[in-house]
Design a binder for this molecule. Structure first.
Ligand SMILES: NC(=O)C1=CN([C@@H]2O[C@H](COP(=O)(O)OP(=O)(O)OC[C@H]3O[C@@H](n4cnc5c(N)ncnc54)[C@H](OP(=O)(O)O)[C@@H]3O)[C@@H](O)[C@H]2O)C=CC1
Ligand SMILES: CC(=O)[C@@H](O)[C@H](O)COP(=O)(O)O
Ligand SMILES: [Mn+2]
Length: 391
């Protein structure tokens, strides 16, 4: 199995390389942003033929990788070029909107994509499915809930699905404090169940992550948002469930270790989806170390999410139901708001307020690559103005 790993220096990217190491996979290409030190260590270990870095560090990367230790290595500054290179599976673990173009490039090149970058299916699903239809690419989600759904749908017919249920940990503030105005970035970064990158971790604290995941699920499996529900499950051991029209429920459980959904998505990607809900399932490629004796023990809790305390969840449903360019504006405003919160420029409770203002002002329009870029740019400028107003 030959992999390309985009976002290799991040939380998912490094765990994808853990799976590659454990299973002896070849790594043909790596793409990182600015963490050249970790990337160099990854290059030394996995010996890819191509590395891509963020354009701002391209000169430094060329110098760093010019020595005899890296002979034959091609250094580029284009993750889309890396994404399209020949590979059995492309793992896209880039965070944010920058992950869209590489996802499209891989699908258009006919690649099998293990997709962690949820923003791709949140903001541009129709454009991704078009690229897949054009180029023959296939996609399987890495997001733990969505590989859980994929496993529940294996062997089933989409017409029999009544509802998909995604679990949410509830985030670090699920049990308090009542007043969220004063919570700090450090408190918001203490996720109760998972160790992840900063953006998705803050999104989990506001429940925007679950909102984005509802949109991602609807896009991946061709469901209306009314058929995608959320349940707060503090143990984070059930990842998803599918309720069928006959009343039966299938659920997927597993330890809170992203190497499992990453490994499953890599195994399933070569027979992955070319259109929403086109689920075939896959043989599992082997053990993921450390979980064979995983015990079915303890009390497991399921409760309703608190839409009042966490307005971001309702904002995501609003944008998903509206469709068009609203998901693009929601994602952009959220990226700006999260950055501003982490920089101490916006209170935690200011995140949904800012996003709601941007949504209220987003012009209607049909999704296209040009409209997506324009709306994303406009929404970021508007969101930054609103941060300024509050700051
Ligand atoms: N972390 C998790 O457990 C989960 C994450 N996800 C999703 O997976 C995606 C990745 O999340 P996560 O791993 O947490 O994110 P991180 O912030 O940990 O990693 C982001 C990665 O993107 C890289 N990157 C930034 N700019 C570029 C660029 N120009 N070219 C190539 N790579 C670039 C970063 O590089 P560098 O660091 O070198 O700058 C880094 O490797 C997100 O969409 C997230 O929502 C979904 C479920 C769980
Ligand atoms: C591990 C994973 O898939 C994350 O998206 C996780 O779900 C975030 O936790 P929350 O359930 O708190 O959003
Ligand atoms: Mn998830």
């Amino acid at each position: 199995m030959k992999l390309s790993v985009l976002g290799s220096t991040g939380s998912i990217g490094t765990q994808a390389l853990d799976v590659a190491r454990e299973r002896g996979y070849v790594v043909g290409a790596l793409a990182a942003g600015r963490n050249l030190e970790l990337l160099a260590a990854q290059v030394r270990e996995f010996r890819p033929t191509v590395v891509s870095v963020d354009a701002t560090v391209y000169a430094g990367a060329r110098a760093l990788f010019s020595g005899p230790d890296f002979s034959g290595l091609r250094v580029i500054a284009d993750p889309s070029e890396a994404a399209a290179l020949e590979a059995d599976v492309v793992v896209n673990a880039m965070s944010g909107l920058i992950g869209l173009a590489p996802t499209r490039a891989a699908l258009q090149a006919g690649r099998a994509v293990a997709l962690a970058t949820k923003e791709a299916m949140v903001t541009a699903a129709d454009l991704m499915w078009e690229a897949s239809a054009r180029g023959g690419g296939r996609v399987v989600p890495v997001d733990s809930e969505h590989t859980g759904v994929y496993q529940c749908l294996t062997g089933e017919h989409m017409a029999d699905v009544a509802e998909v249920i995604l679990t949410a940990s509830g985030g670090p503030f699920r049990d308090g404090p009542a007043d969220l105005r004063g919570v700090t970035p450090a408190q918001a970064l203490k996720h109760p169940s998972w160790s992840m990158g900063p953006k998705v971790t803050i999104d989990s604290a506001t429940l925007m992550n679950k909102g984005l995941e509802v949109m991602e699920c609807a896009s991946l499996y061709g469901l209306p948002l009314s058929q995608v529900g959320v349940v707060v499950h503090p143990q984070s051991l059930m990842h998803a469930a599918v309720r069928f029209r006959d009343g039966s429920l299938k659920a997927q459980f597993g330890p809170t270790d992203m190497r499992l959904p990453i490994a499953y998505a890599i195994d399933a990607a070569p027979t992955g989806m070319q259109r929403p809900g086109d689920v075939r399932g896959a043989r599992r490629g082997g053990e993921v170390a450390g979980h064979l004796g995983w015990p079915l023990r303890g009390e497991w809790v399921f409760r309703e999410p608190d839409f009042q305390r966490f307005p971001c969840l309702a904002l995501a449903y609003r944008a998903g139901e509206a469709g068009g360019l609203l998901p693009v504006a929601l994602n952009a405003a959220d990226e700006v708001a999260v950055e501003a919160f982490l920089a101490g420029q916006l209170p935690f409770t200011g995140i949904p307020c800012l996003i709601e203002r941007v949504l209220d002002e987003t012009p209607a329009g049909a999704l296209s690559w040009e409209a997506l870029a324009d709306t994303d740019a406009w929404a970021r400028v508007r969101a930054r103005e609103l941060v300024g107003v509050r700051a």
